[in-house]
Structure formats: C-alpha cells, structure tokens
Design a protein around this ligand. Structure first.
Ligand SMILES: [Zn+2]
Length: 107
C-alpha cells in the first residue's frame, strides 16, 4: 500500500508511514468504530463515525446537528454513542522515541 500523504510505498500492515510519520488512513479507526483522540471537538463521536464510514467529519457533524435540532433524538444519540464507542487505542508508541516525552503527558 501507499502513504496517501507522501505517496511512498510502505508496509501493508503499517499504522504510521515510515517516511513522513503520517498516520496511514486511520487503519484502526476504520476497522472498528472508535473515538479518535486527536481532532475531536467534544467526545470524538462524529470524528469516529466519519473515519469509520469514510465521510468528511464536517458533513457528519452537520447532519448530526440538523438531526438533533429537528428531532431531538440526536443529542441522546450522541450521549449514547459517547458511552458505547470505545476510545481509540494509543498509537503513540510507534511515533515517540524510547525515553521520549509523550505529548499527552502533563508536566
Ligand atoms: Zn508518508
């Protein structure tokens, strides 16, 4: 497979591009419905849905908000999805050099 950021050929099972360090295609998020840790606005529900269904996250948010205001079910649905959807597992191990400081760590 190819990195869709730099276009170089990389291992088929790679999560992160060895050349540019870009997370490749959200491999884990596409296999399972999870809430990504990066790029989320509230709980990452819309972002996770967007990655899972390969949709633009903005579109997912717009549709979800319209549904929420029109029916009132969206808010409840969001909270249920928040509870039900697991958080994305940490992918930082491959990116952070041994002994390096994790960027999520609070000083
Ligand atoms: Zn790359």
């Amino acid at each position: 497979m190819y990195c869709n950021y730099c276009g170089k050929s990389i291992q088929d099972d790679a999560n992160v591009c060895a050349y540019c360090g870009t997370r490749v295609g959200g491999v884990i998020a596409r296999k399972r419905l999870v809430r990504p840790r990066e790029g989320r606005k509230i709980a990452g529900v819309c972002l996770g849905m967007g990655e899972y269904f390969d949709l633009d996250v903005t579109l997912v948010r717009v549709v979800w908000l319209i549904t929420a205001f029109m029916t009132g079910v969206g808010f409840l649905g969001y909270i249920i999805a928040w509870i039900v959807m697991p958080e994305e597992p940490y992918l930082l191990a491959a990116q952070v050099p041994a002994g390096g400081q994790q960027h999520v760590a609070n000083p």
